[in-house]
Design a protein around this ligand. Sequence first.
Ligand code: WTA
Length: 670
Amino acid sequence: MSDPKSESIESVLAENRSFHPPKSFAEAARIGTRETYERMWSQSIDDPERFWGRIACELPWLEPFDEVLDWSDAPVAKWFGGGKINASHVCLDQHLETERADKVALIFEGEPMGDGGPEIRTFTYAELHGEVCRFANVLKARGIGKGDRVAIYMPMIPEAAMAMLACARIGAIHSVVFGGFSATSLEDRILDGGCKAVITADGGWRRGTVLPLKPAVDEAIAKCEATEGGSPVETVLCVQRCGNEVDWTEGRDFWLHDELMEVSDECEPEPMDSEDVLFLLYTSGSTGKPKGIVHTTGGYMVGAYLSTRFVFDLQEDDVYWCTADIGWITGHTYIVYGPLANGATMVMYEGAPNAPHEGRFWEICERHKVSVFYTAPTAIRAFMKWGDEHVERYDLSSLRLLGTVGEPINPAAWIWYRDKVGGGRCPIVDTWWQTETGGIMITPLPGVSATKPGSATQPFFGVDAAIVDENGRELPDGQGGLLAIRKPWPSMLRGIWGDEARFRETYWSKWEHAGKPHFYFPGDGARKDPEGNFWIMGRVDDVLNVSGHRLSTMEIESALVSHPSVVEAAVVPRPDDLTGEAIVAFVIPTGSVEDVQAIVEELRDHVATEIGKLARPAEIRITTRLPKTRSGKIMRRLLRAIAAGDDVTQDTTTLEDPTILDELRAGGPA
Ligand code: WTA
């Protein structure tokens, strides 16, 4: 096994191995020749309206659109104006008229391994359609309708996908909150979105134990009630998954299975304007407050449909498995909307990759004959660490294509994935994108691209990406700079819920031109090699990426300072072999600290309560001072170097008090 530790960003820069798709793959691929790819790509850039107009016509519109793009109100784009469409109709109803009606849409595998093997539930397209219609009727019966916001706080079970599709069917806006977020995070999102209902479960299975969810919903709503405006939540719908004991509020809480008995399985899809909101999904930015990214219906569905089809080269008999959680954008676009819009068969797994053993993912691949597999670099690094024997025990010959997403992948992990999981024969698509982009933006096309370990390679159709400097000037190949997107694309975000100013400021103000927003600023640094391949170098703002989960330094700092023993805190990332980045916090306590270990543990737990376990710092260093410039700004770059154990090479003359460096270094790991 190669050692991920031996690598550094320099080795990524020096990486020049290149892998061409096997001939047999290219021959059978949806796009298998460079000529086809280049022709389509040029069309998509030279005449995007024609390109996207044609692609959009492959979806079933309830009423045709009459204008492909209206960018006159930039940066708020209007795609497919005049058209009416419904996302659940695109994902389900369109297939019912075809042979796909009886094709398996969803294979679910629960985590617990009973004596007779795990629980497996499958749904054909016709069955899934029936379930979603009934679910939608339950929502309607509870007074939820078009434009209402519904929070979804669920484990990875079929009802999670059904809940999203049921909302889409009646035109309600879903706001999925990852089940690993705390009650406080859920409260914030319920209040910000003004959610009228919450869909949850008693609990979900995680590493052999029940992870309760309903108690967090109760706590979140109680906290909402204690706010000035009160709680917007009128209804809680609860799925019975684990049978764990839950508290019940009569008149507000309802069991889904009871409600389903009362409703019919017929529910017409609500015709939505192309630009009606489909969902909100909260993500972290540079400031303390997560932002509700707004995605609308028509453009998002067109982007999800096309990218799933071509990036994963979906064929009719594929069994596709994306291991993300539906709480993240990857789960929205590449578990629910993209695969179903393409009529694919997909796998959904409830639990952890090492429950009850480290080969669980590969066991699932073998059992269901997974052919397309999409996961995160962090998971791949964990598999490497657990050892090759767990992979080698299973027959993975059904796999034909592999993907990664969420963070930069180090070449050693890429090569391991290719050799050990892909048997050296499966192309790897390293896909760069964001919650805001809605769909994959920079990616290999598996039948065409020569892939390179660590590079997301080239922009997808319609994506005009460039490396620019602070002033928006394009940089020469090889030079690192800021990634910029120079054209609107259908699945782009339409705003931040309730905060248009922040939307303009965050993404569109950096490179204004003649008073107009010019390019989209994703917040990532990157460079391009002479062959036109993009190498993403990570965030250039205060966003952290821990195990592919996006968090903001300020969000964690605010959580820390909300603890009575903390005066001030500064959070920085430190490179980590397993999680990509790890969270390091420098904390100034209110008084003298007797027991450092105790306060450190208390603060880590406090962050878990405020945000969720995923935000718990790996290391907390207690200090009496923080390095500041004379104007009072915390010098984060310096803290980063100290956290990483690197020599401080940067200029420290602006530092208010240079002796502080020794104290911070001596602090060492707490
Ligand atoms: C990072 C996840 C390198 C990047 C879909 C981006 C990546 C942020 C890659 C978005 C990749 C995502 N290579 N970095 N293939 N994919 N990122 O919103 O920093 O959770 O800005 O969306 O993850 O994270 P988000």
